[in-house]
Design a protein around this ligand. Structure first.
Ligand code: PSU
Ligand code: MN
Length: 304
């Protein structure tokens, strides 16, 4: 049995690839589930602009009517930004969405699986999933995919709604190389400070590129996870975030929210609890992560 994988490149992404432009993968779940309308469109614009300004090209990954799409663009992108009937798709969900011809927005795990298919080396996101505070057994598939996908992943740490010390322990057990970009502390997504020390840090995109090269030379199977804090002007302080997260967790408990619905629910509840300040932080850090990822992609395109 020969099965042709249902894969397609978007027109702009295909052109950039053909021209040898460095590529940066972006997830679509943050657009279709993580952020509300119209903040999701603003995130899309700002991330694309930040990447293009540095000489790279964005490649949003998504499942579009059953086709694994590298470069969600045009009408399809507009449909995803309206957030109507778009499922959240993790790595395990990709075969189902493909076989059933469905739309799906890829999480970090789903996007890493798409990076393997598309040969993409650099991926920018907001915050990775991790170990939830409750229920204790809910652990994001992002961690497992990070453990088996060789790529640079730029993020602002793990979302503040998670158990961050437990998430750090899991990153270690899965052998994921973790470095701070100009920070010695694991950032807490909305906030720069968590008090959790990082094993290493770097100061330049060239150093990040060198890390991916050594990870590959050493046959490391997993990601180089680069964490940087949100921009200071948009970051929230640690205490504000903790209060908002406690309130959000209470709402989730009362509402019996579980499984894939939990992360989008908690993000929306934190936004209500912070009067929208968390959304401003979210947009600013997405832009900043996209910018750094583009610099890394450019650095990787130059021979060492
Ligand atoms: N960070 C955000 N918004 C999001 C997410 C992360 O600011 O929407 C998404 C990412 O796609 C991440 C996913 O991979 O949440 C994790 O979901 P879960 O905990 O169900 O694995
Ligand atoms: Mn989960």
């Amino acid at each position: 049995m020969t099965v042709r994988p249902p894969i397609a490149w978007g027109p702009a992404a295909a052109a950039a690839r053909a021209a040898g432009t460095p590529l940066v993968a972006l997830e679509s779940s943050v657009l279709a589930q993580g952020l509300p309308v119209p903040a999701n469109a603003e995130a899309d614009r700002r991330m694309r602009a930040a990447i293009a300004a540095r000489g790279a090209a964005p490649v949003i990954t998504a499942m579009v009517r059953g086709t694994l799409t590298l470069g969600l663009e045009g009408d399809d992108l507009a449909r995803f930004l309206r957030r109507e009937g778009i499922a959240k798709v993790s790595a395990r969900d990709l075969p189902v969405a493909a076989a059933q011809g469905r739309d799906g927005a890829t999480t970090v795990a789903g996007t890493l699986a798409a990076c393997v298919v598309g040969g993409l080396d650099v991926f920018a996101t907001g915050g990775i999933g991790g170990v939830h505070r409750e229920p204790a057994f809910d652990e994001s598939a992002d961690l497992d995919e990070l453990g088996r996908t060789s790529a640079v992943v730029v993020c602002a740490g793990a979302k503040s709604i998670l158990d961050l010390p437990a998430t750090l322990e899991r990153l270690e057990s899965r052998g994921i190389t973790l470095v701070g970009y100009r920070t010695a502390e694991f950032p807490g997504f909305f906030t720069a400070s968590t008090g959790l020390p990082l094993p290493a840090s770097v100061d330049s995109a060239a150093e990040v590129a060198a890390l991916l090269r050594s990870a590959r030379a050493l046959r490391r199977p997993g990601a180089v996870l680069v964490v940087q804090p949100p921009p200071p002007e948009a970051a929230l302080d640690r205490a504000t975030v903790e209060v908002a997260v406690e309130q959000a967790l209470g709402e989730a408990r009362d509402g019996g929210i579980r499984g894939a619905a939990l992360t989008p629910f908690l993000l929306a509840a934190v936004e209500r609890a912070t009067g929208g300040a968390s959304r401003r932080a979210n947009l600013a850090l997405l832009e900043r992560n996209a910018a750094l990822a583009a610099e890394v992609a450019v650095a990787l395109s130059v021979p060492p």
